[in-house]
Design a protein around this ligand. Structure first.
Ligand SMILES: CC(C)(O)CC(=O)SCCNC(=O)CCNC(=O)[C@H](O)C(C)(C)COP(=O)(O)OP(=O)(O)OC[C@H]1O[C@@H](n2cnc3c(N)ncnc32)[C@H](O)[C@@H]1OP(=O)(O)O
Length: 262
């Protein structure tokens, strides 16, 4: 079953089985992230996250652009006092609190805020046409939605410095070699492959998938020893779920598991 919501103007939302799909939809501006689009993406992702029927979220753009960055025309007239007072772009931080796994399907440009938005997702599946970059320096600014931090964690200091200081783009192959991208697929197959990955995630136990996401993310926030301890405690807690009983029973009984998300 698939249904389109009508309350959004700059995005489309759709349910595909247990996957909530959010598609950026400002094609004339290459999906530049203006404030309305930011509000709508955050609201749509949070709504899917709160929906117990949704087990994974897929975020995508168009074939030409995932997103060509924050909307430069909207930002241009702003003063320091304004951006500081409104804490410009802090709303994007809410995506880091989303517990449902989010897959980014990236084709074409993912520049500046577009690259940062893809990195706010849990992993990126890219088409062979994807181009990633943090070109903010060419506009006289620096990344503002976490690019200098998440890109460095994903690809290491050398390449993050290269991209943030020269403003050059990297293609999908370089991004995959560097560890930013999980998989590359031909452009024509991107949505099918990304939806298949999201559907696979959504077929797992939702609480266990959320725990796995939380454990991986913890590795960015803490020491190795603390992270391993956290993982072990969460692993122990999976034994309190019906889905651990079902998953292991299904293996022993040589059948497919029927998870109840509990
Ligand atoms: C969030 C922060 C703080 O990290 C900051 C940022 O994200 S800053 C923005 C970073 N992104 C960029 O600097 C990329 C800007 N765009 C481009 O360089 C080019 O558009 C391109 C290389 C992606 C594509 O070039 P081309 O194929 O020649 O298409 P265009 O004619 O340039 O673009 C089509 C249309 O889209 C508008 N557009 C593109 N990007 C943006 C943007 N980031 N903000 C606002 N509008 C954008 C572009 O102006 C064109 O529209 P028209 O002027 O023709 O109406």
């Amino acid at each position: 079953m698939s249904s389109r919501a009508s309350e959004y103007e700059t995005i489309l939302t759709e349910r595909k089985g247990r996957v909530g799909v959010v598609t950026l939809n400002r094609p004339k501006a290459l999906n530049a992230l203006n404030s309305q689009l930011m509000r709508e993406v955050v609201a749509a992702v949070e709504a899917f996250d709160a929906d117990g029927e949704i087990g994974a979220i897929l975020l995508t753009g168009s074939e030409r652009a995932f997103a060509a960055g924050a909307d430069i025309k909207e930002m241009q007239p702003k003063t320091f006092a304004e951006v500081y007072a409104e804490d410009l772009f802090s709303q994007w931080d809410r995506l880091s609190s989303v517990r449902t796994p989010i897959v980014a399907a990236v084709s074409g440009y993912a520049l500046g805020g577009g690259c940062e938005l893809a990195m706010l997702c849990d992993f990126i599946i890219a088409s062979d046409t994807a181009k990633f970059g943090q070109p903010e320096i060419k506009l006289g600014v620096i990344p503002g939605i976490g690019g200098s931090q998440r890109l460095t964690r994903a690809v290491g200091k050398a390449k993050a410095m290269d991209l943030c200081l020269t403003g050059r783009n990297m293609d999908a192959e370089e991004a995959e070699r560097a560890g930013l991208v999980a998989r590359i697929v031909p452009a024509a197959e991107l949505l099918d492959v990304a939806l298949e990955a999201a559907t696979t995630i959504a077929s797992m136990s939702l609480p266990i998938a959320r725990m796995a996401k939380e454990a991986v993310n913890r590795s960015f926030e803490t020491t190795l020893a603390e992270g391993v301890k956290f993982e072990r405690r969460v692993f122990h807690s999976t034994f309190a779920t019906a889905d651990q009983k079902e998953g292991m029973a299904a293996f022993v009984e040589k059948r497919a598991p029927k998870f109840v998300n509990g």
